[in-house]
Design a binder for this molecule. Sequence first.
Ligand SMILES: [Zn+2]
Length: 73
Amino acid sequence: MNADDAGARAGRTVYRIRWLPGTDRLHASCFCGAQREFEDPVVLWDWLLGHPEGHRPGRAAAQDAPAPAAALV
Ligand SMILES: [Zn+2]
């Protein structure tokens, strides 16, 4: 058995949560590449498990984003 990060195989749904030492904050990473910091673990899990709501896809963001002027209406 490989001791490396077995949960990170390509195509797997992996959520990562890291505590930020010296703070009360948690850093969450979604398998889609979205990342965000939280203080409340409940809010963190709501965000992660609510995928893709609130997540920004990494590569497709530039193509799918509306024009900036339209976003400010
Ligand atoms: Zn995601």
